[in-house]
Each structure stands twice: as structure tokens, then as C-alpha cells.
Design a protein around this ligand. Structure first.
Ligand SMILES: Nc1ncnc2c1ncn2[C@@H]1O[C@H](COP(=O)(O)OP(=O)(O)OP(=O)(O)O)[C@@H](O)[C@H]1O
Length: 270
């Protein structure tokens, strides 16, 4: 599934939030969207999963304008895990996950054995199978996140949009969820705050700042100290991770002093 975003602009309350944004996710790619708070990541993803229609430009999936597809056609192709999902009624974990099967069923058609198996398997994959009967309301932030990822998985769409999927997750589940998504082998576009997670998992990155894409490329091309200083205002050292061979970003803090021995190296002293 190939996503093309062409020159979209979004205005909210008379303020330009996205300006002429273009982006491509090729079939099978895992593409990350990084940028500071308020830069427009969620707005861009919402435009793609049809919650915020752009004022201009167009968005296509395999050449079809997403805004011209029926909801059912769209849900068969694209699943989204949003940053904030409001669940208004007291559903169980299983009921929430089952909702992801709706695009594959007729109205009021009950779950068959295959639906049950797919939902159980998805809960197992996110490590939430022992919570099947729990009320969704009673779950922690990380547990909710994993259930919502399971709901997206059972939709069996070939394109997955994720808005900060590792938010709320402890380090083990951050890696587990990212591994799981990576191993699906489907087309993925995900906003990410953690630059090292982005470097580990993404084939390519787009960097957004103040509503505009400022650069894109492989993590090796994009994650440089200059770019991170310009976009995030933070000083870094970027090296190659000794085990994964991926880029790894070390951050300097103003509050935590740099060790004198390292300061010497940085200033070029012997
Ligand atoms: N409904 C709205 N009305 C007015 N402004 C909005 C609305 N929704 C978002 N914005 C503004 O649009 C800008 C982009 O917001 P967005 O949520 O897309 O950023 P983000 O990059 O996802 O941020 P974060 O990393 O904090 O989640 C922000 O300045 C935000 O305040």
C-alpha cells in the first residue's frame, strides 16, 4: 500500500497549522515522523486518517483519494492508533478489540470463530490476553495503549498509522510494540518522540517543524547534531550504536554537568 500526501495545508481556527506538506510512504516501508511538540505531527496524521480534511492538496492510498473512499473501504486499507482515544462506554478489553473487525463484517453480524481467534491472537501478541474480560476503563495508560494496538491489528489493514505508539509504555513494551509492528511487514507511518527508537526502527524519517517538512531521508542522513539543534534546540552527540549499528543520539543537559574528562575530548584538548 502506497501513501502519497501532496501539498496539503490545514488551517484550524484561522491559523495555518500545516503548510504545503508532501510526504510519501512506499509499500512495505516503516516511515517515522519526528518534530517538536506542537509542530503538526498529529494534525498531519489526522488528515491522513480522515479526521481533519485539509484545506488544499490531496492524500491517496494506492492512487485512490482517501476522502473519496467509503468508511468501510478506508478501514479495510488503513488502521490508526491515535494519541487520545475516548471510549465513552464501559466496554471490556475483548469488546474493544472486536470493534476492529467491523470493516470485515456486515452490520450486526456476530463474531464467528475466525473473528474470535484473530482477536485472541492480537491480545496475545500485545501481552494483554489475560486482561480479556477487564473493563477498558480500569486499565493503566500503557495497558490501554496495547489494547488499542491490538484493535488496529485485527483490522488487518495493509497501512498502519500510529500517533506516538510508545507513549505510556515502559521500555520493555516500547520495544515489544515496535518489534511487533516492524514484523508485520506492512506499510507504516508513525509519529515518534524518541529519536533513538526512530533510528532503530524506521527506514526513513520526515522532520516537521512549525507545520512544514524541513527534511527527510534515512535516519543516518537525518539525525545529525545540526538538525537536532535547529529543530529541537538541543545539543547532542550522534554516534553509531555498537550493537545495532543504528544511529544513536546522546543528549547534553544543561543541569547535568558534562564530565571533565569528556569536556577535554570535546574541546580537543589532550
Ligand atoms: N483544534 C485546534 N484548534 C486550534 N489549534 C489547534 C487545534 N488542534 C491543534 N492545534 C494546534 O496545532 C498545532 C499542531 O498541533 P499537533 O497536535 O498537530 O502537534 P504535534 O506535533 O502532534 O504535538 P505533540 O508532539 O505535542 O503531540 C499546535 O500549535 C496546536 O496547538
Amino acid at each position: 500500500m502506497n501513501l502519497q500526501v501532496e501539498n496539503i495545508s490545514v488551517e484550524l481556527e484561522k491559523k495555518g497549522i500545516l503548510r504545503n506538506v508532501s510526504l510519501e510512504v512506499r509499500s512495505g516501508e516503516f516511515v517515522g515522523l519526528i518534530g517538536p511538540n506542537g509542530s503538526g505531527k498529529s494534525t498531519l496524521l489526522k488528515s491522513i486518517y480522515r479526521v481533519l480534511k485539509p484545506r488544499s492538496g490531496w492524500i491517496t492510498l494506492d492512487g485512490d483519494d482517501v476522502y473519496k473512499l467509503t468508511s468501510r473501504q478506508n478501514a479495510q486499507r488503513m488502521a490508526a492508533v491515535r494519541q487520545e482515544t475516548s471510549v465513552e462506554f464501559d466496554f471490556s478489553v475483548t469488546e474493544i478489540v472486536n470493534m476492529g473487525r467491523a470493516p470485515h463484517k456486515r452490520l450486526f453480524q456476530s463474531d464467528n470463530a475466525e473473528d474470535v481467534r484473530i482477536c485472541e491472537e492480537a491480545l496475545q501478541r500485545v501481552g494483554m490476553h489475560t486482561y480479556a474480560d477487564r473493563s477498558f476503563f480500569t486499565l493503566s495508560g500503557g495497558e490501554k495503549q496495547r489494547v488499542l494496538i491490538a484493535r488496529a491489528l485485527v483490522q488487518q489493514a495493509q497501512f498502519l498509522v500510529l500517533d506516538e505508539p510508545t507513549n505510556h509504555l515502559d521500555v520493555r513494551y516500547q520495544l515489544q510494540v515496535m518489534d511487533l509492528v516492524k514484523n508485520l511487514g506492512i506499510t507504516v507511518l508513525s509519529s515518534l518522540h524518541d529519536l533513538n527508537i526512530a533510528a532503530m526502527y524506521c527506514d526513513r524519517l520526515y522532520v516537521i517543524s512549525e507545520g512544514e517538512i524541513v527534511t527527510s531521508g534515512t535516519p543516518e542522513e537525518v539525525l545529525t547534531p545540526n538538525l537536532i539543534r535547529d529543530v529541537f534546540g538541543v545539543e547532542t552527540e550522534v554516534t553509531t550504536h555498537p550493537i545495532t549499528g543504528k544511529k544513536h543520539v546522546y543528549f547534553y543537559s544543561e543541569a547535568i554537568r558534562v564530565k571533565p574528562s569528556i569536556q577535554k575530548v570535546m574541546s580537543g584538548a589532550n
